[in-house]
Design a protein around this ligand. Structure first.
Ligand SMILES: *[C@@H]1O[C@H](CO)[C@@H](O)[C@H](O)[C@H]1NC(C)=O
Ligand SMILES: *[C@@H]1O[C@H](CO)[C@@H](O)[C@H](O)[C@H]1NC(C)=O
Ligand SMILES: *[C@@H]1O[C@H](CO)[C@@H](O)[C@H](O)[C@H]1NC(C)=O
Ligand SMILES: *[C@@H]1O[C@H](CO)[C@@H](O)[C@H](O)[C@H]1NC(C)=O
Ligand SMILES: *[C@@H]1O[C@H](CO)[C@@H](O)[C@H](O)[C@H]1NC(C)=O
Ligand SMILES: CC(=O)N[C@H]1CO[C@H](CO)[C@@H](O)[C@@H]1O
Length: 466
C-alpha cells in the first residue's frame, strides 16, 4: 500500500481504547451524526467538492472521528486537529501510547480527525478515473480542513483554540495549514513534515545508506546486484527470483526493482534496522544466500506490516475501483501531479538498482493515468515555501534515521519555526508520534521531544489567550 510506503499503517491505524468516558456531544450536531463519542465511530461532514469554483455546488461525505475522553465540555479546552494523509482512517487516536493522546491528556484537549478526501471512506466518486481524481490535491485538502474546523468548533461546547498535528504528508499539511490559515489555529506540530517538493529525490537513497551504516548498506547493495543478475539473465532466472519474493505479478522489471528498493528503504524508514540488517550482515560474513535472507525479511518483517509486492504493479495502480483499503492509485496521482519525491538511484554508490531512474517514474505516471502527467514541483514550492517556510508557531520534528527528513525542515528557521531531531538507531519516520518498534533504544531523546511538543503547544495557547 502506498500509504504504508510513505506513512505507516502503524501511524494511521490507532489501537481502539475502551476507556472513553466523555458522554456529552458537540452541541448542535444532529443527533444521528453523533451517536456516541466512541473514537472509532465515524461521523459525517458534508464537504464541498471544489473549493475553487463557486459555481460548482457538488458536495461529498467526508468522515471524521472524535476522541473527547480528555475534554471537559463544561470548562472547555483546546482542540487538537489531527490531520490525516494518504490512507484510510478507522479511529481518532485513542491508544494511551499514542503521542496525540498523551498531548490531549496533558492539555485537556478534544481530539478530532478528518479523513483526507479520496482515501478510505471519503471518496467523492465511486470510480477513481483520472478525470475524477482532478479534485485530489493538497490545496483542496487544506480548504477541507478549514471549512471543517470552523464548523466543528462552532458546534463544540466551549471550544478553545485549535492546534494541528500531522505526520509525513499530513505533517506537511499541518505546517501548510498554519501558513495558509493562520487565523484558524495557534500552532502546528509537523512530524516528518515533508514540506519540500523534490522531483529527483536522490537524497532519499543516500540517507538510507547513511542510516543503515556502511556494513548494512554494502549488504543491501549486494542484494540489489544479486537480484539484477537474476533478472537480467531473464527466462527461468527471472521467474525464479520473482517467485522467491512472491512478486510474480510484477511483470514490469522496473516495478520489481522499485518494490525491492522500497521494501528495504522502509525497513530503515520505520526503524526495523536490526531486523533488516543483522541477518544480511551475517549472511555476507558467512557467504550465505543473501537473496534468500532478504526474501525472509520481506515475507516476515516487511509484508505483515508495511506492504505487499502486488501493490507495485502498474496494473494494480491502473485499477480505478474504489476500495476502502487501497491508497496507491490516489497517492501516485498526488505525486505525479503535484508533489514529486520520486526516488531514483543516485549517481554514486546507489543502494537501489539504476533501473529505478527518472525515466521509470515518468513512464509510470503516464502508464498509470493514461495521460502525460508530471508535477511542477517549483510551483508547489512557490505556493508553500519549500523548506524555507514563513510561518509562526510551527515545530518541525524529524527522526535521525528517516530518509524523508531530507525533504523536511532540518534546521531551525526562526525562533517560532524550530526544528528538532529525535535521535537513535531506530528513530525513523514520525518517531515522535508513534515511537520506535519495540521501544526506542537508549540513548534517545524521545521523551524530551514529546515534552517540548507539549510545552510548545501550551505556550502557543497561552500567547493566544492574552
Ligand atoms: C455542526 O452542526 C451543523 C448543524 O447541525 C451541521 O450541519 C454540521 O455538519 C456540524 N458540523 C460538524 C463538523 O459536525
Ligand atoms: C532506466 O530505467 C528503465 C526502466 O526501469 C530501463 O529500461 C533503462 O534501461 C534505465 N536507463 C538507464 C540509463 O539505466
Ligand atoms: C528463512 O526463513 C525460514 C523460516 O522462517 C528458515 O527456515 C530459513 O532458514 C530462513 N532462510 C535463511 C537463509 O535465513
Ligand atoms: C480492482 O480492484 C477491485 C477492488 O480492490 C478488485 O475487486 C478487482 O478485482 C480489481 N480488478 C482487477 C482487474 O484487478
Ligand atoms: C532545505 O533543503 C536543503 C537541501 O535540499 C538543505 O540543504 C537545507 O539545509 C534545508 N533547509 C532547512 C531549513 O531545512
Ligand atoms: C536541527 C537538527 O536537529 N538537525 C539535525 C538533523 O539531523 C542531522 C542528522 O541526524 C543532525 O546532524 C542535525 O543536527
Amino acid at each position: 500500500m502506498m500509504m504504508n510506503r510513505f506513512l505507516s499503517a502503524l501511524l494511521v491505524v490507532c489501537v481502539i481504547s475502551n476507556s472513553v468516558q466523555g458522554l456529552a456531544f458537540p452541541k448542535g450536531a444532529a443527533s444521528d451524526e453523533v451517536a456516541n463519542s466512541n473514537p472509532s465511530n465515524p461521523l459525517i461532514f458534508t464537504q464541498t467538492l471544489n473549493h475553487f469554483d463557486d459555481e460548482d455546488t457538488r458536495t461529498f461525505s467526508q468522515r471524521y472521528f472524535i476522541n473527547d475522553a480528555y475534554y471537559n465540555y463544561a470548562k472547555g479546552g483546546p482542540v487538537i486537529l489531527y490531520i490525516n494523509g494518504e490512507g484510510p482512517v478507522t479511529s481518532a487516536p485513542s491508544s494511551s501510547s499514542d503521542a496525540v493522546v498523551i498531548y490531549a491528556q496533558a492539555l485537556g484537549a478534544c481530539i478530532v480527525t478528518l479523513e483526507h478526501r479520496y482515501y478510505g471512506g471519503s471518496s467523492p466518486f465511486d470510480d477513481l478515473s483520472t478525470e475524477n481524481l482532478k479534485f485530489l490535491n493538497s490545496r483542496q485538502a487544506l480548504n477541507d480542513l478549514a471549512v471543517f474546523i470552523v464548523s466543528f468548533t462552532n458546534n463544540l461546547s466551549n471550544a478553545g483554540k485549535v492546534v494541528t498535528i500531522g505526520g509525513s504528508y499530513s505533517g506537511a499539511l499541518s505546517a501548510w495549514f498554519r501558513i495558509k490559515y493562520p487565523h484558524l489555529t495557534v500552532g502546528s506540530i509537523a512530524s516528518s513534515g515533508v514540506v519540500n517538493s523534490i522531483l529527483d529525490f536522490t537524497a532519499f537513497d543516500e540517507w538510507v545508506a547513511y542510516a543503515a551504516g556502511q556494513e548494512c548498506a554494502n549488504a543491501l547493495r549486494a542484494v540489489t546486484k544479486a537480484a539484477e543478475s537474476m533478472i537480467f539473465q531473464g527466462g527461468e532466472y527471472e521467474a525464479q527470483v520473482k517467485q522467491l519474493f512472491s512478486a510474480e505479478s510484477l511483470t514490469d522489471n522496473g516495478d520489481f526493482f522499485y518494490f525491492l528498493a522500497d521494501s528495504l528503504s522502509e525497513g530503515i524508514q520505520y526503524g526495523f534496522h536490526y531486523e533488516l540488517c543483522n541477518p544480511l550482515i551475517e549472511a555476507m560474513n558467512s557467504n550465505g544466500d543473501i537473496l534468500e535472507v532478504y526474501s525472509n525479511y520481506t515475507h516476515n518483517v516487511w509484508s505483515p506490516m508495511l506492504g505487499i509486492p502486488d501493490e507495485y504493479a502498474t496494473s494494480w495502480q491502473q485499477n480505478t475501483t474504489v476500495d476502502f483499503n487501497k491508497a496507491d492509485r490516489q497517492w501516485w496521482f498526488q505525486t505525479c501531479s503535484q508533489l514529486g519525491w520520486f526516488q531514483p538511484a543516485p549517481e554514486n554508490d546507489p543502494i537501489r538498482s539504476t533501473q529505478v531512474n527518472m525515466t521509470y517514474f515518468q513512464n509510470h505516471c503516464e502508464q498509470v493515468f493514461g495521460v502525460a502527467m508530471w508535477p511542477n514541483v517549483e510551483n508547489t514550492n512557490i505556493y508553500y515555501g519549500g523548506n524555507n517556510t514563513a510561518g509562526t508557531n510551527i515545530l518541525y520534528i524529524n527522526g535521525s534515521q528517516d530518509p524523508w527528513s531530507r525533504a523536511s525542515v532540518i534546521s531551525t528557521l526562526s525562533p517560532t519555526q524550530q526544528s528538532v531531531t529525535v535521535t537513535c538507531m531506530t528513530c525513523g519516520h514520525c518517531v515522535d508520534l508513534r515511537g520506535c518498534p519495540g521501544g526506542c533504544p537508549s540513548p534517545n531523546n524521545l521523551d524530551q521531544v514529546r515534552q517540548l511538543s507539549i510545552d510548545s503547544i501550551k505556550s502557543w495557547l497561552a500567547a493566544a489567550s492574552n
